[in-house]
Design a protein around this ligand. Sequence first.
Ligand code: 13P
Ligand code: SF4
Length: 331
Amino acid sequence: QLSNDELKIKINELKEKLDVTVVAHFYQRDEVFEMADITGDSLELAMRTQADDAEFVLFCGVGFMGQSVKVLSPEKRVVMPKIACCAMARMIDSLYFDDSVKYLNDNGISNENILPITYINSNADVKAKVGEMGGMVCTSSNAKKIITKALEEGKKILFVPDRCLGQNIANQMGLKSMVIGQEGNPMECDILCYDGFCSVHQLFTVDDIEFYRNKFPGILIATHPECDPAICDASDFVGSTSQLIKYIQEQPEDQKIAVGTEFNMVNRLRPKNTYVLSSTKPECPTMNETTLEDLYVTLKAIDDGEPINEIEVDKQTQKWAKIALERMLAL
Ligand code: 13P
Ligand code: SF4
């Protein structure tokens, strides 16, 4: 069993030797995150990795992230130390997507009047379905921009899979939304949200916000748009992981801030008077699956000429998923 320090030395040696770029999302464990050449929120990771020219991309994150790199750049060899599927992405597949379209059809909305948008936290088959129907992908940092653009077409938006992101954007823009299958008349809504969610971001409660506001008057509350609309409405700032970091860094040194997003990222910001907006530890189990040892083993496999955990996407899915991703990048 090698210590973390020994693993870091070996990882750095292999990184020097191999034509590989190590990419990590902010929610990765600190020791894994430190090893990355590229870090960022989902949108930044997709764009920066696409622009990178190494033969291998070693992606430390969750499955849909590595898959998006492969979809955008099929010529790259994408490997992941752990192919762990984001719990939210697992809530929808192409069949559930078809069911959602059928629900809208049954409620008098024909396919010509539906513009589907999928949050990037979805698998390639769902992105492909969305691409085939003329829709596109969005991330937490550009959802408002993408929805604004989509509404210009005068259609109803089918938003999958995150009901919270869909409803939060609708609230921000003064639009009417509902969750498919729940109370409401689809014909009267602008955004119809699939009933998916992130279990990690559901941990934050209005009571947590009240607790911090009472304990530290003047504290700021900053949250991710995967939180429930009641949480985002009661926040001072709502943004993607990168946007949250920027907002926190812009505050004066003594400004207290309680942050509602994954633990590893908030903990890394701790010296800046930052608190975790929860009485429980909001850890993403799938993001935390990747260990330093996994990273080393994956690099070693490339060095041995037998890469492991390589991401593959079939041609037809790749074609349409790429179209959906590129429509977003073009905006
Ligand atoms: P960001 O796009 O903000 O990095 O979010 C990704 C994610 O999975 C949040 O739970
Ligand atoms: Fe998925 Fe939630 Fe983890 Fe983000 S925090 S990767 S949405 S399960």
